[in-house]
Design a protein around this ligand. Sequence first.
Ligand code: ATP
Ligand code: MG
Length: 407
Amino acid sequence: MRIYKVGGAVRDRLLGIPVTDIDWVVVGATTEEMLAKGFRPVGADFPVFLHPKSGEEYALARTERKSGRGYGGFTFHASPEVTLEEDLIRRDLTINAMAEDDQQNLIDPYHGQRDLEARLLRHVSPAFAEDPLRVLRVARFAARYAALGFTVAPETLELMRQLSESGELEALTPERSWKEISRALMEDQPQVFIEVLRACGALKVLMPEVDALFGVPQPPAHHPEIDTGAHTLSVLEQAALHKQPLTVRWACLLHDLGKGLTPEEEWPRHIAHEFKGLKLIKAVNERFKAPRDCQELAMLVGEYHTHGHRALELKPSTLLELLQSFDVYRRPQRFEEFIAACEMDARGREGLEERSYPQADYLRGASTAARTVAVQPLLEKGFKGPELGEAIKRERLKALKAYKEQV
Ligand code: ATP
Ligand code: MG
């Protein structure tokens, strides 16, 4: 049996990027031989094993054939006769279809190195079109390697467009899509992920609510960039620049969906877009079965982001309602994430990226003021049940009034 390093590990070594996980391909072996060497099988469908010591993935060289819709619709064929070249040709991109033997000799039948140098994300073969997930993968790699100057090859973008139009994207499971989306959002330039999806027509299929924001104007006084889609991309870009977590990035992407519903006669104003957007945010959340913390933050940021911007003008009672809506007493971290998303929204505007955002500290101070109201003295005074709740609320309101006067 011959063992080769493949995929991302080869690609990233050539790019001079630290390699974290290594994928291996095994040529000329059977499942029985692998098991006899102590490899542990993973999954029922693929001939993939984990190394007994390193835990790294070793896959038997395989060919595959499309046999139905979506990702389930594949038949795999792994046998000792399958060659390395046959295994590599079923891979998505040329830069991912290189292998390396134990002497660090490069095996590169599909010219991955040439495309690495040309900074091109190019599909290996027409079989690319057999798995719609590759549309998302290419967009994710575009986001990851944008800083190095990579772009999607025009012919690959064309294939992605055909895939998007074919209806195959709808066959993706929420789990597979979310895995790609969430990884892409955590890349350094997540806005490129959205741009590439839009360029090939996949955004319209996957997230029509986000796609609809392009071409929708906003008031230039607050939004020098005017276009709501462009603004959304900038907010996402700011979120990545400021190393925000996934929850915040997801909320940033979805915060303005309501603006896509505004009738043209009302443009460039978007009255009550926060509230109108909620059903769209909910629909996108559910479509991809986003994790609960992402879902919740996206809904809260959608509803309250303009409250965040107006923080310094809010009456103490409104401020209190805001804090209650976030259950800031039990979930202070979530409120921090809300503040971060608001700040990214404020900075994701042309020419305003470096602006100060005093609202952030103001909201933090308000949260602290409300949270430091002690319950014990009220219990000692004999309050209980709903009356206790009311008394706490009164004290918190008092604290917020004092806070507002003192700032
Ligand atoms: P990462 O750095 O994100 O791990 P990677 O290229 O190693 O990038 P993996 O998802 O670990 O990506 O997959 C390993 C390799 O398997 C890829 O480089 C590619 O050759 C191949 N591959 C994975 N998923 C697909 C797919 N859906 N279609 C085609 N080839 C794929
Ligand atoms: Mg990998």
